[in-house]
Write a protein that binds this ligand. Structure first.
Ligand SMILES: *Cc1c(COP(=O)(O)O)cnc(C)c1O
Length: 385
């Protein structure tokens, strides 16, 4: 019996330590980590620059509250706004909290309450973010949901237009749906969506909790589409494993969140900020992002070559180092098989294997992972019923 709530169905692996792309278990077995803590450890486990920043901050101060100025928050906010369409940052402690902040900001700024989001989206587990999530299984048992959310099919602009009414405040989306199955937005759809938002005075909220911080080869994934969102949310990769969340918004929304409107005791915690500053100064560099793009292209090419022709594999897709392998049937049994072989991977929905290696992964590690995936999938036949 464990004293923990059984909220997670855990694999049979107990972690001892981790470094770079490698995780070691308590039996001394090592694994290549192509999950990176669910897209969190973008610089790999215990990256030296992040570790140094944390150690230095430990010697300075850990927490003094947001009653006082924390210069390190200004530095991180400046890095985020210099690399996005936003000008103001609110710091929270997780992805769901960043989205909660975005929902509150959108309602207050527009004095409207409806938000359109997408089927198969994932925005988090608190009441606002859960309601924004377009997946029945995430809502089950927790109703009634927060009012005002409607879910339309992804990449369907007519459905978005049909859902807009006089009470609509915002449209919220992931440009690549992470948890929901690695579904990618079409460029044309995103362009049209941006127009629909402008024409109807709707705020465009892009949830970059999983896709941001260099994951797709740009600081934020929306930057592949040439749009300018009003609100961007970030979390997972932002501090390489130290809990943090951020909402980045345009200057026009600044005064909506005046003193006393919204807050988080731990938001912008100095340790998280020290880690985030080290992450962003390393990740938001052209040559680093270029390498992410190249390694992502290489990973997809190797996968195409090795497993692209297997009948079990129906599609290999993604951007940068966010890659999905869609299979013709349930992949849940493949994950423990890969673990046995020494490779950690994720799933996205029942039929997609999801790879989110650290952005610092080497080509050699990519080759090893592709070989293991190929070994696990070769010989798998499509079941005929
Ligand atoms: C993980 C995730 C969240 C939730 O983040 P938490 O830190 O677990 O609250 C929200 N949106 C997206 C797109 C995510 O991938």
């Amino acid at each position: 019996m464990t004293a923990l709530f059984p909220t997670y169905k855990r694999f049979d692996l107990a972690v001892e330590r981790a470094e770079g792309t490698t995780v070691e278990d308590t039996d001394g077995k090592t694994y290549l980590d192509f999950g990176a803590g669910i897209g969190v450890c973008n610089l790999g486990h215990r990256h030296p620059a992040v570790q140094k920043a944390l150690e230095e901050q430990l010697e300075r101060y850990w927490h003094v509250s947001n009653l006082y100025h924390n210069p390190i928050q200004e530095k991180v906010a400046a890095l985020l706004t210099a690399n996005s369409s936003g000008n103001q940052v609110f710091f929270a402690n997780s992805g769901t909290e960043a989205n909660e902040s975005a929902i509150k900001l959108a309602r207050k700024a527009t004095d409207k309450h409806k938000i359109i989001s997408f089927e198969q989206s994932f925005h988090g587990r608190t009441f606002g973010a859960m309601a924004a999530t377009g997946q029945e299984k995430i809502h089950a048992g927790f109703g009634p949901m927060l009012e005002g959310f409607s879910y339309v099919p992804f990449n369907d602009i007519e459905a978005v237009k049909a859902a807009v009414d006089g009470e609509t405040a915002a449209v919220m989306l992931e440009v690549i749906q992470g948890e929901g199955g690695l579904h990618m937005a079409d460029s044309e759809f995103i362009e049209q969506l941006s127009h629909v938002c402008q024409e109807n005075n709707l705020l465009l909220i892009v949830d970059e909790v999983q896709t941001g911080i260099g994951r797709t080869g740009k600081p934020f994934a929306y930057q592949h589409y040439g749009i300018s969102p009003d609100i961007i949310t970030s979390a997972k990769g932002l501090a390489n494993g130290v809990p943090v969340g951020a909402m980045i918004a345009k200057e026009s929304l600044r005064d909506t969140f005046g003193p006393g409107t919204h807050a988080a005791t731990f938001g912008g915690n100095p340790l998280a900020m020290a880690a985030a500053e080290a992450v962003l100064t390393n990740v938001f560099k052209d040559d680093f992002l270029q390498e992410v793009t190249e390694k992502g292209t290489y990973l997809k090419k190797q996968l195409e070559e090795m497993i692209g022709d297997l009948s079990f594999v129906s599609s290999i897709r993604g951007k940068g180092l966010m890659v999905g392998i869609e299979c013709s049937q349930d992949v849940s049994a493949v994950v423990p098989q890969l673990m046995e072989k020494g490779l950690l991977v994720l799933v996205a929905g029942p039929t997609v294997l999801r790879l989110l290696p650290p952005l610092t992964v080497s080509k050699c590690e990519i080759d090893q992972a592709v070989t293991l995936i190929s070994e696990a999938l070769t010989g798998k036949k499509v079941e005929t019923h």
